[in-house]
Design a protein around this ligand. Structure first.
Ligand code: MCA
Ligand code: AMP
Length: 494
């Protein structure tokens, strides 16, 4: 297949860096703080790196919120090599699992980045964002070849690697371009992490596929958002926690309200944005936030369209090319949409992943016999097709800050703490995070239970800081049914 980024080909116009001076090649592509690259510079750096990694099946990318991460992923895609983005805050256990499972040939990292064990054991290739190389002869990766392997939590066990093919990246970004009238003139601002679909595929690869540009904040702040929107950015992407923080700040910050008022498009996703936050933002800025609905395995499924009717509390309509249906518990499709009948969302289309790496069992379970992907999300559909997500099938999946977190992996990590005899993990509503992680433990020694900090640090160091419990309850015994299964619904949140 051809390059996922036609604008890089423009960036190569003229063949040598010196000749790359026309308007197309000088266009800004990426900016992280005060570091930036034009399309010509990005093409040169990516080509040089692509030449060094071509031929490998998979490479890991130490996905800090920095220019090097974007260059590394673009280089891998240009070379036809699958990129496995790593959360640089992941702990040793999580990183160990991902590296064992995905077996990357090398890790791409920014010069000077300190790589912890076990990443440090891999061969390292430093990303030089100012390098230049010849125009490589691309290896002819096919549409079905994996572009990315993105690790995502399930209800139990360690995260699974979703194999995201090149055609899914192209299909989802082009469908969003249609829905959002997204063009090369757009300038995106965001502060999302670069090891998930939202920040990486939509937030970096999206602008590059359109030939537009992205300004990454390094980390999300409302000041950064205001500054960039006031300086010409046209679109903002964020998770609901970010929009909640914006809504909280707006009442005392007229600059932020003015900046948001200038944006062409404010897009929220990864979890539901409460209607109250929608309303506060609209009241202060006159602008409506639009929601889109996606998943690591499916990339984007639906969105409120830029030219459609904004409707707070809905995730809009299926994107071009995406088939979506709601099914009853027994798998039979719901045929008439009345805005009330709840069913599980199933999707089919070119946006879907091809399977979980090394997990044929999980892959088979994720699809119906006729190729529909079972999302596990429960929704209703209005008569005009708008989808409203009302919940999730699995209670053991928690969405906190827009991150999907499996209760099982936290329980397993807690059980590895010597002070914990039994553990159960639930999510409870949190105004800022959507849901917060709650741990219910039976301490090994009831006289000296481990502190919340000790348990939070333990989970953060093993898995990742966003997986740490925010609340810990001590119990004498966990409620169990006759089969010995923990009855999570009996765990009270009072
Ligand atoms: C705190 N920290 C710790 C500990 N406690 N570090 C180690 N050990 C501890 N015990 C650190 C954290 O790492 C973090 O560092 C800082 O303290 C604050 O932590 P926290 O309160 O957890 O984070 P926050 O600042 O409140 O983060 C809120 C956030 C974040 C910025 C909204 O949750 C976020 O970036 N969410 C985005 C999730 C996302 O992209 N999801 C997409 C997946 P530091 O401040 O240095 O970081 S879903 C997806 O892709 C699908 C396709 C979709 O639909 O989009
Ligand atoms: P992840 O598996 O981390 O990619 O997260 C995907 C999940 O995030 C979906 O299955 C939904 O539960 C949730 N999600 C994404 N976007 C939205 C949205 N706009 N509204 C509600 N939930 C969402």
């Amino acid at each position: 297949m051809s390059s996922l980024f036609p604008a890089l080909t423009d960036g190569r116009a003229g063949g040598t860096p010196d000749a790359r001076t026309d308007a197309r090649t000088d266009r800004p592509a990426l900016r992280f703080g005060d570091r930036s690259l034009t399309y010509a510079e990005l093409a040169a750096a990516a080509d040089a790196l692509a030449g060094r990694i071509a031929g490998h099946a998979r490479v890991a990318v130490w996905a800090t919120p920095a220019l090097e991460t974007a260059v590394a992923v673009v280089a891998a895609l240009e070379a036809g090599v699958a990129a496995v983005p790593l959360n640089p805050k992941s702990g040793e256990k999580e990183l160990g699992h991902i590296l064992t499972d995905s077996a990357p040939a090398v890790v791409l990292a920014a010069p000077g980045d300190d790589l912890p064990s076990p990443v440090a054991d891999l061969e390292r290739v430093d990303v030089d964002v100012h390098a230049s190389g010849g125009v490589p002869d691309y290896l002819g990766a096919s549409d079905e070849d994996p572009a990315l392997v993105v690790y995502t939590s399930g209800t139990t066990g360690p995260p699974k690697g979703a194999l995201i093919p090149r055609r899914a990246v192209a299909a989802t970004l082009d469908a969003l371009a249609d829905a959002w009238q997204w063009t090369g003139d757009d300038v995106l601002v965001h502060g999302l992490p670069l090891f998930h679909v939202h920040g990486l595929v939509l937030g970096i690869l999206g602008p590059l596929r359109r030939g537009g540009s992205v300004r990454h904040l390094g980390r999300f702040t409302t000041e950064g958002v205001a500054r960039e929107l006031n300086a010409g950015a046209t679109m903002l992407f964020g998770v609901p926690t970010m929009y909640h923080r914006i809504a909280q700040t707006l009442s005392d910050d007229p600059e932020l309200a003015k900046a948001l008022g200038r944006a062409r498009l404010l897009v929220s996703g990864s979890a539901a944005l409460p209607v109250h936050d929608h309303e506060r933002i609209t009241a202060a800025t006159g602008r409506r936030v639009i929601e889109r609905y996606g998943m690591t395995e499916t990339l984007m499924n639906t969105s409120v369209r830029a030219d459609g009717e904004p409707r707070a509390g809905t995730v809009g309509v299926p994107l071009p090319g995406v088939e979506l249906r709601l099914v009853e518990e027994d798998g039979s499709p719901i045929t008439s949409y009345d805005g009330e009948t709840v069913g599980e969302i199933q999707v089919r289309g070119p946006n879907l992943f091809t399977g979980y790496l090394n997990r044929p069992d999980a892959t088979a379970g994720a699809f119906t016999a006729d190729g529909w992907f079972r999302t596990g999300d429960m929704a209703v559909r209005d008569p005009d097709g708008y989808v409203r997500i009302v919940g999730r099938k699995a209670t053991d999946l928690i969405k906190s800050g827009g991150y999907k977190i499996g209760a099982g992996e936290i329980e397993n990590a807690l059980l590895e703490h010597p002070g914990v005899r039994e553990a159960a993990v639930t999510g409870e509503p949190d105004e800022d995070l959507g849901e917060r992680i709650v741990a219910w433990i039976v301490p090994a020694d009831p006289q000296a239970p481990p502190s919340i900090k000790e348990l939070a640090d333990h989970v953060a160091a093993r898995l990742a800081p966003h997986k740490r419990p925010r609340v810990v309850h001590h119990l004498d015994v966990l409620p169990r049914n006759d089969m010995g299964k923990i009855m999570k619904r009996a765990l009270s949140h009072d």
